[in-house]
Design a protein around this ligand. Structure first.
Ligand SMILES: Nc1ncnc2c1ncn2[C@@H]1O[C@H](COP(=O)(O)OP(=O)(O)O)[C@@H](O)[C@H]1O
Ligand SMILES: [Mg+2]
Length: 295
């Protein structure tokens, strides 16, 4: 199982202290998802609403920014792009990004760290002109937006510039986008983003439990391989390692299943069950196509 500290051994001591003081124990999607996010694999986390998915993605990004800030290597660039289709996206961002960041910054100061500010910004259709202009002058480290605003940001030359350094894209509530027009529009924007960025950004998808999950995975990966997408409802494997242990890192996995039935660009899939409907599944679906299934 491991203690909360074990699961957060990757985190800066301030981030770890903040998390354990605030929440105690990480949730299952957090424990299972972090190793893959931190290894910079494309990762899809599917778990019930309220299970800590959004914070799982943000905390990994915040930790990286905190470390950069503390070592003086944090550049004034947008590194993380968070996309959510939610109308009330501000609430989620306040709860899972702004509040944690504020508390982490306060704790860092209390512990005597000098931590230059990490900046976030929400850019939607409602963003005042003044703030839009400020964003172009001083890009936030984490930019929060909607699929529609992302499209506009990618289209205008000046805002496109600030997206060139994005390293991680989080697509939240991805189940609400896969398979509809809004999602098709976003898929196009994600490809455009890939085309303008210096390095192809890592994609993190966060989904409520949804069937077929392969559709969501396909959407995240950008691979139109629907017929070849794996059915993720594998039967449990008795050999499946404990996902919470460090030994469950991808190199420790040696299950090979249906290499021909993989989604080529999606590296990892993490599914956490609600009741008995789903089970955890982590799969490498690139290169050697190894899968891990847990009950
Ligand atoms: N490990 C945890 N323990 C307790 N509460 C948590 C934990 N992680 C996140 N939360 C809180 O639970 C609520 C739901 O988390 P959230 O990340 O929004 O879930 P999801 O994205 O899966 O719907 C939020 O208020 C969040 O701050
Ligand atoms: Mg969420």
């Amino acid at each position: 199982m491991g203690t909360p500290e074990d699961h957060l051994s990757w985190a800066h001591p301030v981030v770890r202290e903040w998390f354990t003081t605030r929440f105690g124990t990480p949730t299952e999607p957090q424990i299972a998802g972090w190793p893959h996010i931190l290894a910079r694999r494309n990762t899809l986390i599917s778990a019930p609403t309220g299970s800590g998915k959004t914070l799982a993605a943000f905390l990994a990004c915040l930790n990286s920014l905190v470390r950069q800030s503390l070592t003086g290597s944090l550049r004034e660039r947008t590194q993380v792009l968070y996309i959510s289709p939610l109308k009330a996206l501000g609430n989620d961002v306040q709860k899972n990004l702004d509040q944690p960041l504020l508390e982490i910054q306060r704790l860092a100061a209390e512990r005597g760290y000098l931590m230059p500010a990490i900046r976030t910004m929400v850019r939607t259709g409602d963003t005042p002109v003044r703030d839009r202009a400020r964003m172009l002058k001083l890009p936030p480290h984490i930019l929060v937006t909607t699929p529609e605003s992302l499209y506009i940001l990618l289209t205008a030359a000046r805002s496109r510039e600030i997206l060139r350094h994005v390293e991680t894209v989080i697509v939240d509530e991805i189940h609400a986008l896969a398979g509809n027009k809004r999602g098709a529009h976003l898929a196009l924007s994600l490809e455009r983003l890939d085309a303008i960025t210096h390095l192809r950004p890592n994609r993190i998808g966060l989904s409520a439990t949804q069937r077929p999950l392969s559709l969501v995975a396909e959407f995240l990966s950008g691979q139109p391989n629907a017929p070849n997408a794996p059915d993720l409802r594998f039967s449990p494997s008795p050999d499946a390692p404990d996902l919470s242990s460090p030994a469950s890192a991808p190199d420790a996995l040696d299950f090979r299943c249906h290499p021909e039935r993989v989604i080529k660009l999606l590296d990892h899939i993490v599914v956490i069950g609600d009741n008995s409907q789903y089970f955890g599944c982590v799969g490498t679906v690139q290169a050697d196509s190894r899968f891990l299934c847990i009950s």
